[in-house]
Ligand binder design. Structure first.
Ligand code: ADP
Ligand code: MG
Length: 327
C-alpha cells in the first residue's frame, strides 16, 4: 500500500513525514533515531556491526516509466539487506539517502515509501536517518547496519578445494522478469509471477543466519550480478577454482533449456545465496530450507579456474558475463 503523503513546503517537513511513516513498532529500538544530527546504534554485547551501502538509480537500476514506485522502495532496501544476509548476519537499521525531483514528491514518493516501509517491516529493520535533497533524477542510496555474533561471520574467502558448492532458490528468474518487463509496454502488473523476483526480491536472511550459527558454510556471498561473475569473485577471495555441473543448476521452468541455463549462469539480480560446505558437513544441508530449495551445483577445486562440465563431459572454462555497470 502506498504511504499517505501530505503536501509539504520544505525539507524538514518532508523528513518529518518520512520519519513518522517508519516509527518502530516492534523489535529492538535504536539508541537514538531520526531528529538529531546523527543516529545512535548500539550492537548487542558480543556482536559486531555489519555495514553495507547500495545505490539505486533511476535510469541504471530502475526506470520510472516501467517500475512501480513501491517495487523501487521494496527493492532498494531488500537488495542492500541481502549483503547482510550474505555475511550470515541480521539487518537491524538503515539510512535512506534520497535525491528526488519535485515532480516525484507526491504520488511517486508515497508509493516508494509504502514499498520501503513494507520491506522494513518484513525485515524488522528500522529507519535510523538519512539525507534528503533535490535532483533532476531519482537517486537512492541505502546503507544498512546489521549485526552478527563475533566470530560467526561467513566471508567469501573461507572456501577450500573439495568443498561442495550450493545455491538457494532458482537462478535466472529475476533476469527473465527484467526481459519480460522490457518487452511490455507501459507499467506492468506486479502480481505477475514471472516478474515477482525482479520486482520484489527476498533476501535470504534466515538461511544465511542458519548457516552461520551452525558454522556450516565455509564461504558465502549473495548472487547479485550473476553466478558466473559472483562465483569468480568467491574463488578469487578463497584462492581456489570451481567446477559447475550444468545439469544440477536450479533452472527456471517454462522456457527452453538453453535459455534457462544461460539465465542461470549469467543473469543478475537474483539475491540468492551462494555458499560452500565441507564434505564432512554436506549431509547436514537439507534439500529444502523453510520452503526454499538448496541445490548442490558443483564443488571447489585446486587451481584458479572456474569451469563447467561441457556437452562431452569434459571441463570447459566458464565465461564471465554477469551484470557489470562499466561493461
Ligand atoms: P543535517 O543538515 O545536519 O545533515 P538533516 O536536516 O539532513 O541534518 O537531517 C536531520 C535529521 O533527519 C537527521 O536525523 C537525519 O538522519 C534525518 N533525515 C534526513 N533525511 C532523511 C531521510 N531521507 N530519511 C530518514 N531520515 C532522514
Ligand atoms: Mg545536522
Amino acid at each position: 500500500m502506498a504511504a499517505k503523503m501530505k503536501h509539504f513546503h520544505d525539507e524538514d517537513a518532508l523528513v518529518k513525514q518520512i520519519g513518522g511513516l517508519f516509527l518502530a513498532r516492534r523489535g529492538r529500538k535504536l539508541h537514538l533515531g531520526i531528529g538529531d544530527d546523527a543516529a545512535l546504534w548500539k550492537p548487542k554485547p558480543g556482536f559486531v556491526s555489519i555495514l553495507t551501502s547500495d545505490w539505486f538509480l533511476e535510469g541504471s537500476h530502475f526506470l520510472r516509466e516501467k517500475h512501480r514506485p513501491d517495487s523501487v522502495g521494496w527493492k532498494c532496501l531488500t537488495r542492500a539487506a541481502s549483503d547482510i544476509a550474505a555475511m550470515g548476519g541480521t539487518p537491524r537499521c538503515f539510512l535512506l539517502n534520497l535525491a528526488i525531483p519535485t515532480d516525484a514528491t507526491e504520488r511517486w514518493l508515497g508509493g516508494f515509501l509504502g514499498g520501503l516501509r513494507r520491506a522494513a517491516r518484513s525485515l524488522n529493520c528500522v529507519l535510523a536517518g538519512g539525507d534528503t535533497t533535490r535532483s533532476k533524477r531519482i537517486l537512492i542510496s541505502i546503507t544498512v547496519i546489521g549485526e552478527i555474533a563475533e566470530g560467526q561471520e561467513v566471508l567469501r574467502s573461507g572456501g577450500r578445494p573439495g568443498d561442495l558448492l550450493y545455491v538457494s532458490g532458482t537462478l535466472g528468474e529475476a533476469e527473465h522478469g527484467l526481459r519480460l518487463l522490457r518487452k511490455t509496454a507501459g507499467k506492468v502488473n506486479r502480481k505477475k509471477d514471472a516478474l515477482r523476483k525482479h520486482l520484489y526480491p527476498q533476501p535470504r536472511v534466515e538461511l544465511g543466519r542458519w548457516l552461520s550459527e551452525r558454522k556450516l558454510a565455509t564461504a558465502m556471498m549473495d548472487i547479485s550480478d550473476g553466478l558466473s561473475s559472483d562465483l569468480r569473485r568467491m574463488c578469487k577471495a578463497s584462492g581456489v577454482g570451481a567446477v559447475i555441473v550444468p545439469g544440477k543448476l536450479p533452472l527456471l521452468r517454462g522456457i527452453d533449456l538453453d535459455s534457462a541455463r544461460k539465465l542461470a549462469l549469467h543473469g543478475g539480480d537474483d539475491y540468492e545465496l551462494l555458499f560452500t560446505v565441507s564434505r564432512r558437513n554436506a549431509a547436514r544441508i537439507p534439500a529444502m530450507f523453510h520452503g526454499l530449495r538448496l541445490t548442490q551445483i558443483g564443488k571447489l577445486t585446486r587451481g584458479r579456474n572456474v569451469q563447467i562440465i561441457g556437452k562431452n563431459g569434459t571441463r570447459e572454462l566458464l565465461s564471465v558475463s554477469g551484470w557489470d555497470p562499466f561493461r
